[in-house]
Design a protein around this ligand. Structure first.
Ligand code: HEC
Ligand code: HEC
Ligand code: HEC
Ligand code: HEC
Ligand code: HEC
Ligand code: HEC
Ligand code: HEC
Length: 584
């Protein structure tokens, strides 16, 4: 879990067949070759007599570290300084980091809603939110890459670039300078104690930190401005109250307004917070962030992923556009959050991405498209999907020492119709992590397809004991019990699912079918009309209503719904056939 960032040239060599590791490494800590790559070519080059060395600007090294721009240098550091999921042993020939890892977006619970660090996030996700990164600043502008110390101490570091006369003065920060001759002023009644001058340190307002693992203080590399107003609005922390912990956020905000004026800066945190609540009002801003290349990379990619939580035409259009974004992180987000409409357009949208030069993207496109039955795909799509799925399998075998790897393999095999392998993968995931609910739910589905309904029932009930309020598990269990003929109980779980998910009329439709088979026609009618009321154009609902009335001998009512099918689905002969039947 730790070694690929804390050592050099790690080869995991995990064998999923035997559950054993034969891990190797060159050095136990982060050493030269972790950043510079293998040096044997360089040593050969250096051993040649002076004058006979080929004119190799990179002196025989695989990895270039000279004259890197900020994005290239970040790539050298990011593989360890990023919270991420990995896809294999690190190799040095990587143009794009999404070839070997998927960085964590700035979403909860890993970050605060405004993108401040919360869980252990390292630096990449923060730095790529910052204005400094946008303005080509790099890690090595502040850190010596070898000693990894900061190039200068205290405010001097920031004053390399920021004007001291503007910023390193009380007229900017309104606090006492360290060397100022002033009466002692304790804040928080002295607990904790802050020495004079701490309130004047740039990093204390612009790089607030948190403790990790108990004693490891790490600073937020998004270099943000203190925003007590966001604390008031969306509950995120702010630098001022980090120190002034006995004061309220309004107290701080009053001083901010007094010192800097009342002009309010917009912040993506506000949009993200309302998007987290599912507020449709957030969509227009998310669309704006997603499509604007001047917005920081992390903010764009996260916006695309939040747009995926909606399923309306405006959000969907923005996500579709992001599928061809030049930034791989944005494309990847778009693939994961894309809502397919039908198999045809799904294939059309995914086809270019199945051939994407970046591994993390083509494999994600492949696993998503594999939801579509293979025989509905064109030959080129099938071929590209299979090739990318092979890579997807390799990646997840590599991480199959974790439950998540096995779980992903389960999805892949299930989509391919290989139920035995799928069941085995989910079972193995559960052997590693017995509380992995999603694996249980998926395994139940596979068991059901295998005809092992008893086992499926047992799993779903297990999940519900721990989490009685998970909507779709109540629903799944209801469907399963209906199939097993346990009508009483099935009804109970359907009703619970309806109560938990009133916005999903499909449950009402299933309930209608259940009551119909039981001869409870009044109930069945009530539910199907209720479902239609919520989603008037739904084909399945219209069909169910028509056949219900036909079977009950109520031809006039049946005709009403048959006509609607004809109008809404003119290419489908069923509407006309049903109308004929109703007229007879
Ligand atoms: C994604 C790469 C990565 C992984 C995986 C990782 N670390 Fe770290 N670790 C880092 C980095 C980078 C730092 C430096 C602090 C930072 O970047 O914020 C660090 C710092 C530390 C520190 C404090 C610095 C020191 O050397 O005293 C400890 C202790 C530590 N890690 C332990 C662990 C342990 C234990 C694990 C496994 C459970 C682990 N790390 C997994 C990258 C990683
Ligand atoms: C954390 C990553 C990292 C580690 C570890 C590291 N280096 Fe570097 N090194 C760099 C980067 C990045 C540069 C380019 C610095 C710049 O241009 O600002 C560099 C530059 C150099 C240079 C200057 C030559 C050139 O190509 O610019 C030499 C020589 C060098 N490193 C040797 C070493 C040796 C020897 C070790 C091990 C003792 C080592 N480095 C460890 C990242 C690293
Ligand atoms: C192979 C993984 C790896 C790479 C690549 C890497 N680091 Fe680190 N870095 C670490 C780990 C692990 C730590 C924690 C200290 C330790 O255990 O060595 C660390 C610590 C640091 C620290 C903090 C040192 C301190 O005082 O606590 C800085 C700064 C740093 N790295 C900068 C960089 C920069 C800049 C680059 C890119 C040029 C880079 N690192 C590349 C793994 C890496
Ligand atoms: C190598 C140059 C450089 C160094 C060193 C530097 N900055 Fe910056 N900083 C910039 C640039 C460039 C910008 C963007 C200015 C702009 O576009 O308005 C910036 C912007 C900022 C902003 C504005 C952010 C925003 O969202 O509006 C803050 C705050 C900031 N820096 C704080 C710091 C602090 C704190 C330090 C020291 C730890 C520091 N900077 C060190 C170059 C630097
Ligand atoms: C007590 C907190 C505090 C300290 C200390 C502090 N700043 Fe700021 N800084 C702020 C606030 C608040 C703002 C936003 C001001 C505004 O809204 O006009 C800000 C804004 C900035 C900006 C962005 C200006 C802009 O117009 O976008 C930069 C750059 C900056 N500070 C750099 C620094 C540097 C460099 C230091 C250290 C020498 C420093 N700050 C110390 C609170 C602080
Ligand atoms: C604008 C300056 C600046 C830039 C750019 C910058 N850092 Fe830092 N970094 C700092 C300062 C200041 C500290 C705090 C140092 C201290 O407390 O002694 C720090 C601390 C760290 C630490 C130690 C843990 C912590 O958070 O205190 C790590 C690791 C680190 N930086 C990695 C990076 C990496 C990787 C990059 C590039 C993605 C980077 N830094 C870019 C200024 C910068
Ligand atoms: C690193 C801790 C720290 C941070 C961050 C900080 N302060 Fe302070 N603040 C102090 C200390 C220490 C004093 C007392 C000495 C002085 O004035 O510098 C103080 C004094 C004050 C005072 C005057 C004394 C009082 O208690 O009435 C005000 C007002 C104030 N701070 C507001 C703010 C605001 C607003 C912010 C955010 C923009 C902020 N501070 C950020 C530490 C901090």
């Amino acid at each position: 879990m730790c070694a690929d960032c804390h050592s050099t040239n790690l080869r995991k060599n995990f064998d999923p067949a035997t559950n054993t590791f034969k891990t190797t490494w060159s050095e136990i800590d982060v050493s030269c070759e972790a950043c510079h790559g293998p040096a044997s070519g360089h040593i050969e080059w250096a051993n040649l007599p002076e004058g006979s060395r080929p004119a190799d600007v990179n002196t025989g090294l695989v990895v270039r570290t000279r004259e890197l721009d900020n994005r290239e240098l970040l790539n050298v550091c990011a593989r360890c300084h990023t919270r991420r999921s990995i896809m294999g042993d690190y190799t040095d020939d990587n143009e794009d980091m999404l070839n070997y890892m998927i960085p964590q977006l700035i979403t909860q619970p890993f970050y605060h809603a405004d993108g401040q660090i919360l869980d252990e996030d390292y630096e990449y996700g923060s730095f790529t939110q910052s204005k400094m990164y946008e303005k080509a600043i790099k890690c090595s502008d502040c850190h010596d890459v070898h000693s990894v110390r900061t190039l200068k101490e205290d405010n001097q570091l920031c004053l390399k670039c920021h004007r001291p006369d503007i910023y390193d003065t009380p007229s900017h920060h309104f606090h006492k300078m360290e060397n100022e001759n002033a009466a002692v002023h304790l804040i928080n009644k002295g607990k904790p104690e802050y020495k004079q001058g701490t309130g004047a340190q740039c990093v204390n307002c612009h790089m607030v930190g948190r403790f990790y693992m108990g004693n490891d203080y790490r600073r937020d590399h998004s270099f943000r401005i203190p925003r007590p107003d966001l604390t008031l609005g969306i509950g995120t922390p702010n630098a001022c109250n980090d120190c002034h912990s006995d004061k309220t956020a309004s107290w701080s905000q009053n001083y901010i307004e007094k010192w800097y004026g009342t002009k309010k800066r917009p912040h993506y945190g506000e949009t993200f917070a309302s998007a987290n609540q599912g507020d449709p009002g957030a969509v227009s801003n998310l669309v704006m962030y997603a499509g604007n290349e001047l917005v920081p990379l992390m903010v764009r990619a996260t916006s695309v992923s939040l747009l995926g939580n909606y399923n309306d035409s405006i959000s969907n259009k923005a996500v579709e556009k992001a599928l061809s974004d030049p930034a791989s992180l944005v494309r990847h987000s778009a693939v994961t959050s894309y809502h397919p409409v039908d198999a045809g357009s799904f294939e059309k949208m995914m086809l270019p991405l199945l051939n994407d030069p970046v591994r993390g993207i083509r494999t994600e496109a492949a696993i998503r498209l594999s939801q579509v039955p293979e025989n509905m795909l064109s030959a080129p799509a099938r071929k590209a999907m299979k090739a990318a799925l092979k890579e997807y399998e390799e990646i997840n075998l590599y991480v199959s020492d974790f439950a998540g790897g096995k779980y992903n393999l389960g999805i892949m095999y299930a989509n391919a119709g290989d139920l035995d392998k799928a069941a085995r993968s989910y079972e193995e995931a559960l052997e590693i992590d017995g509380l992995f609910n999603r694996a249980k739910v998926n395994l139940a589905t596979v068991y059901n397809q295998q005809g092992k309904n008893k086992e499926a029932e047992k799993l779903l009930r297990e999940v519900l004991v721990e989490n009685p309020e998970i909507e779709d598990i109540n629903y799944s269990l209801a469907l399963l019990l209906a199939e097993m003929g346990k009508i009483e109980e099935s009804r109970k779980y359907f009703l619970k699912a309806v109560a938990l998910m009133p916005e999903n009329p499909r449950i009402l439709y299933n309930l209608a079918l259940l009551e119909n088979t039981q001869g409870n026609y009044r109930e069945a009618e009530k539910y199907i009309l209720n479902a239609l009321n919520r989603e008037p154009g739904n084909y399945d609902f219209l069909l169910a209503a028509t056949t219900f009335y036909l079977e009950r001998g109520q031809a006039a009512k049946a005709a009403v719904y048959a006509k609607q099918i004809m109008e809404k689905y003119p290419d489908n002969p069923v509407g006309k056939q049903l109308l004929d039947a109703a007229s007879k």
